[in-house]
Write a protein that binds this ligand. Structure first.
Ligand code: APR
Length: 172
C-alpha cells in the first residue's frame, strides 16, 4: 500500500487538516518556535483548552506522549500537542521521538482524523538532527495502521524540506 505521506515547505498554521500537531513542552501552555506560532494563530481558546488538561506529577504532557484539544481559530478540528525529546538531555531520544509520532497518530486515529500535519518535532530548540528525526518520523508514519490518514510534514526550512521530501520519495 502506497504510504500517504507528503512534505510541504511552509507554515503549519496554514494547514487545512483535521489535526495540527504542536511541538509543545510538558506544561503545554505555549512557548517559542512552532508552539508560539500555533498558539498565536489559534487564539485564547487554545490556551484555555490547554489549561484545562489535567496536570499529573507536575506536567500536562510527559515527553513522548500526546494530548488532544480543540483548535481555536486554526483551520483544523484538533491540535495534538506532543512533547519531543531534548536530543542532548533526555535518555533514549530515538525511542521518545518515535513515541511522540506514534502517540500523536494513535490519538488522530481515535478521533477519526483523515488528515494530520506534523512539524519537525524536536528539530528546533530541542536540537534533534534533522536527518535522524526525518527517518524516525517516516518509519512510524508509513506503518499500515496509519494508511487511512493523509500525513503532511510542514517544514519551515529548505534543508528540512529537502531531507523529508527525499526520504518520502525513497520510501515509496
Ligand atoms: N510551521 C512549521 N514549522 C515551524 C514553524 C511553523 N510556523 N515555526 C517553527 N517551525 C519549525 C522549526 O524550524 C523546527 O524545525 O518547527 C521545528 C521544531 O522547532 P521548535 O518549535 O523549536 O520545537 P522543538 O525543537 O520541538 O522544541 C520545543 O520549544 O517552543 C518551545 O514550547 C516549546 O519548549 C518547547 C520547545
Amino acid at each position: 500500500m502506497k504510504a500517504n505521506l507528503s512534505a510541504i515547505k511552509g507554515d503549519i498554521t496554514t494547514a487545512k487538516v483535521d489535526a495540527i500537531v504542536n511541538a509543545a513542552n510538558p506544561m503545554m501552555l505555549g512557548g517559542g518556535g512552532v508552539d508560539g506560532t500555533i498558539h498565536r494563530a489559534a487564539g485564547r481558546q487554545l490556551f484555555e483548552a490547554c489549561e484545562a488538561v489535567e496536570v499529573k506529577e507536575g506536567v500536562r504532557c510527559p515527553i513522548g506522549e500526546a494530548r488532544i484539544t480543540q483548535a481555536g481559530n486554526l483551520n483544523a478540528k484538533y491540535v495534538i500537542h506532543t512533547v519531543g525529546p531534548r536530543y542532548a538531555i533526555d535518555p533514549e531520544p530515538e525511542f521518545l521521538l518515535n513515541s511522540a509520532y506514534k502517540n500523536s497518530l494513535d490519538l488522530a486515529l481515535q478521533h477519526r482524523c483523515k488528515s494530520i500535519a506534523f512539524p519537525a518535532i524536536s528539530c528546533g530548540v530541542y536540537g534533534y538532527p534533522i536527518d535522524e528525526a526525518a527517518k524516525i518520523s517516516i518509519d512510524v508514519c508509513k506503518q499500515n495502521k496509519y494508511n487511512d490518514i493523509q500525513i503532511y510534514f510542514y517544514l519551515f526550512q529548505d534543508d528540512a524540506f529537502n531531507i523529508w521530501n527525499n526520504l518520502i520519495n525513497r520510501s515509496e
